[in-house]
Design a protein around this ligand. Structure first.
Ligand SMILES: Cc1cc2nc3c(=O)[nH]c(=O)nc-3n(C[C@H](O)[C@H](O)[C@H](O)COP(=O)(O)OP(=O)(O)OC[C@H]3O[C@@H](n4cnc5c(N)ncnc54)[C@H](O)[C@@H]3O)c2cc1C
Ligand code: SF4
Ligand code: SF4
Ligand code: SF4
Length: 498
């Protein structure tokens, strides 16, 4: 397929094609929804084919995960930086390493009209504008070319959406040691034209002095949009109750490709992924103070090297725990069924702001639970498919039959002893068995021995480790182990031996 044959839902608007074109024959033109798509000027084009070969959507580098990546909850110890960052301030901690060494940062910032563009920062002052999430598709312009130029003499940190990081990697064609790519857990990016219309309406006359999509005035858990003006009181409203924010979170105004995103884990190309550690209160409560906690996924050894050089306070957490409240890492957001009508009305309207307001007020109370239920199902399916791919990569899967009060100790013990294995812990409870995957909180309930046998077969369990006290105290377990025909090793905490 060629880029000109792609549908609108295929093209993420990463602009790699426009950056690679040796004749500058590709311009990005906005459609009626306000998203930019490539248009080739046939008079300039020499049919070299480089655009087609560079497009990350056409040449998706699918990854088969070897294991779940290492995931961390992280907090920047500098409270001022954390206050002005969206999550825990991980982006600034990474950027500091580069700026201190004379390197350069590329990321999404506001221009003088509060339109969102990729730009560079060479100083701590310039970095301020790149800090903070902008819930708008950022225009790349010629930034991939700028990155390529900078890499000749400097260390570069490039930060963007997963599709932009993939676009940059394909544009460069190599992965130089002095480049760190950092993407975000990406809900999707709304229409730039719609944002420009919205901000134009709120701040006509250039009265706006500052925009923050995720103000922490009421804490991190309650995301508020805060817009400051030179000569009027500030606009301050929860993101999910605010006009633009609600349309974004409800899937009405994101780019079509976002609802079919190809760059979710494990197919992202970046060294590190940053996000919000939503739900951290439940899985690492010591990392929660409602002032912002980052989630960091380490994908490569280069990413690990830079991550370990930051001054972040970190705590390792499990991917399944992190996923519970952050499904966008693995699954695209669901488009609101009214999206088509919304954009048709928006495209045809003279007063576009009125259309935005109308859909904000439209009641979608019956629709939301249906969309949420579908979303949940989609995420669960996606997780199972990723987990199945990972299971296939393991040397073997083992089952650890364990009492629940020893869970934590044995989780550490077995994860260290069997790093390349899939590990399931099985806890017998009155009339059922609770099974946890990789000692995480992904829980299955297995009702009887037939289900246990089926589980062992389906998950290719190669070996069983059973806690001695359970064998002695629970005849049913002993019966099952005697009949299951799998190699069994008995262990006890007393001598720590397996
Ligand atoms: C559109 C969008 C959707 C997101 N969806 C989720 C989500 O569903 N779940 C989740 O956990 N996290 C999501 N995030 C990420 C999260 O909001 C934070 O950006 C991330 O955790 C980094 O925060 P920080 O505190 O480390 O640093 P910050 O300083 O807050 O991060 C700023 C970084 O984000 C980049 N950035 C900001 N806006 C854009 C943009 N429009 N396009 C490309 N890059 C941008 C900047 O280049 C900069 O590197 C999203 C971010 C964006 C921009
Ligand atoms: S084929 Fe070559 S010259 Fe033509 S638009 Fe693509 S990159 Fe540019
Ligand atoms: S390179 Fe990016 S902008 Fe160009 S066609 Fe492919 S996805 Fe679209
Ligand atoms: S959801 Fe996917 S396609 Fe959309 S901006 Fe994010 S990475 Fe790109």
């Amino acid at each position: 397929m060629k880029i000109e044959e792609m549908t609108r839902a295929d093209c993420s608007g990463c602009e790699a094609c426009a950056n690679i074109c040796p004749r500058n024959a590709i311009v990005m033109i906005r459609d009626v929804e306000g998203f930019a798509y490539p248009k080739i000027n046939r008079k300039l084009c020499i049919a070299c084919g480089r655009c087609d070969l560079t497009c990350p959507a056409l040449n998706l580098k699918k990854k088969i995960p070897q294991a779940f990546p290492k995931v961390f909850a992280a907090i920047n110890p500098d409270e001022k930086i954390r206050r002005h960052s969206t999550s825990g301030g991980a982006f600034t901690a990474l950027s500091k390493i580069f700026l201190r060494g004379g390197g350069i940062i590329f990321g999404a910032g506001f221009d003088e009209n509060f339109h969102v563009r990729h730009m560079s920062a060479k100083t701590f002052d310039e970095l301020e504008n790149l800090r903070g999430s902008k819930y708008v598709q950022s225009q790349i312009g010629d930034v991939y070319r700028q990155v390529s130029g900078a890499l000749k003499s400097k260390a570069v940190l490039f930060s963007g959406t997963p599709c932009q990081c993939a676009g940059l990697k394909n544009f460069l064609g190599v992965d130089p040691e002095n480049l760190l790519t950092v993407d975000i857990i990406c809900h999707g990016t709304p229409s730039p034209a719609l944002w420009e219309c919205y901000i134009g309406e709120l701040g006509h006359g250039n009265e706006i002095s500052h925009v923050n999509f995720r103000s922490k005035r009421d804490g991190w858990s309650t995301s508020n949009v805060e817009i400051n003006f030179f000569n009027r009181p500030r606009y301050f409203c929860p993101l999910n109750k605010e006009t633009y924010g609600k349309l974004f979170l409800h899937g009405l105004i994101e780019r079509p490709s976002c609802h079919r995103c190809k760059f979710k884990f494990p197919n992202g190309q970046a060294d590190l992924t940053l996000g919000d550690a939503w739900g951290v209160k439940n899985f690492a409560p010591e990392m929660f103070d409602n002032r912002g906690t980052s989630l960091i996924l380490v994908h490569t050894s280069k990413g690990k090297k830079f991550f370990e050089h930051t001054n972040l306070r970190v705590r390792q957490v499990s991917l399944p725990d992190a996923l519970k409240k952050n499904p966008r890492l693995i699954a695209p957001s669901i488009a609101d069924p009214r999206r088509g009508n919304f954009f048709a009305d928006y495209a045809n309207a003279e007063d576009k702001f009125a259309v935005i307001q109308k859909y904000f007020h439209k009641d979608d109370k019956t629709l939301r639970p249906q969309i949420d239920a579908y979303d949940k199902l989609n995420v669960a399916k996606r997780y199972q498919s990723i987990a199945a791919q990972i299971r296939q990569q393991f040397e073997k899967n083992i089952l650890v039959v364990i009492s629940s009060n020893e869970q934590k100790f044995f989780a550490n013990y077995f994860e260290q002893q069997f790093p390349n294995c899939g590990i399931y812990s099985l806890q017998p409870q009155e009339d059922k068995f609770i099974c946890l995957e990789k000692f995480s909180s992904i829980v299955f309930t297995l009702k009887d021995f037939a289900a246990l046998n089926d589980f062992a077969k389906r998950f290719n369990v190669a070996e069983i480790f059973a806690e001695r006290s359970l064998i002695i105290d629970s005849p049913p377990i002993k019966n099952w182990l005697d009949t299951c025909n799998l190699p069994i090793k008995i262990f006890s905490r007393a001598n720590d031996s397996a």
